[in-house]
Design a protein around this ligand. Structure first.
Ligand SMILES: Cc1cc2nc3c(=O)[nH]c(=O)nc-3n(C[C@H](O)[C@H](O)[C@H](O)COP(=O)(O)O)c2cc1C
Length: 192
């Protein structure tokens, strides 16, 4: 286990849903918890936040497409958070579709056994659909932690974006990651 403050790499996959307009706050929260954050955005997500601001915060490029062959590769993270996770990405990921960079990363890294936490953002209608419920079930069966339901993300009525996203529980995703990878409050060798 890598202690806090020592370059624990967290990949955050951000999808195109309302809370992504407040994505910079989540990235800051993760950095404050000692993560070296690398952001992977779906193409629709890029419309929701300021890419340059996120790159300035993390010191890492925001990746949304495959790089040309021979380019530097992203680092394999210690954990992955998908937030906000859309209906679209969750369903495609569960089915094994990998037609975007973000889905390609998720497809492969799910198989590596890296801790993955999803904080969805779907309305009650999308959440009630059988394909979505099946996707949640099958990703959970593969070991993915999906923070959906009572005490986690609870789907809202549609078109409630005007009420803002203050209640979107970003912090739960980081708490869950810490629970999955473990945290170290004490430096094992304080003189090192
Ligand atoms: C303003 C806006 C808000 C959206 N909010 C949501 C949402 O809350 N949840 C969701 O699943 N999709 C939402 N969508 C639709 C997704 O952006 C759309 O399904 C897109 O194809 C998702 O792609 P991605 O999964 O690759 O990010 C929203 C789209 C727009 C333009």
């Amino acid at each position: 286990m890598t202690p806090i403050g020592r370059s624990r790499v967290l990949s955050i996959v951000v999808c195109g849903a309302g809370p992504a307009i407040e994505f910079a706050g989540f990235v800051k929260m993760a950095i404050d918890r000692g993560w070296d954050v690398q952001v992977i955005a779906t193409t629709p997500a890029l419309a929701f936040f300021d890419q340059a601001a996120i790159e300035a915060l993390t010191g890492n490029p925001v990746r949304s497409q495959y790089s040309p062959p021979g380019s530097p590769r992203s680092r394999i993270p210690e954990a992955i958070v998908v937030a906000p996770g859309t209906y679209n990405t969750i369903n495609k990921w569960a089915l094994g579709i990998a037609d975007t960079y973000a889905l390609g990363v998720l497809a492969e890294q799910t198989a590596l056994g890296i801790p993955i936490v999803v904080l969805p953002f779907v309305n009650i209608h999308l959440a009630s659909r059988a394909p979505f419920q099946q996707s949640v079930k099958s990703l959970r069966a593969e070991g993915v932690s999906i923070l959906l339901g009572h005490g986690a993300f609870e789907p809202r009525q549609p078109r409630t974006g005007g009420e803002g996203y203050a209640d979107y529980p970003w912090h739960l995703a980081l708490d869950e990651v810490d629970g999955m990878v473990g945290t170290t409050d004490e430096d094992p060798d304080p003189d090192a």
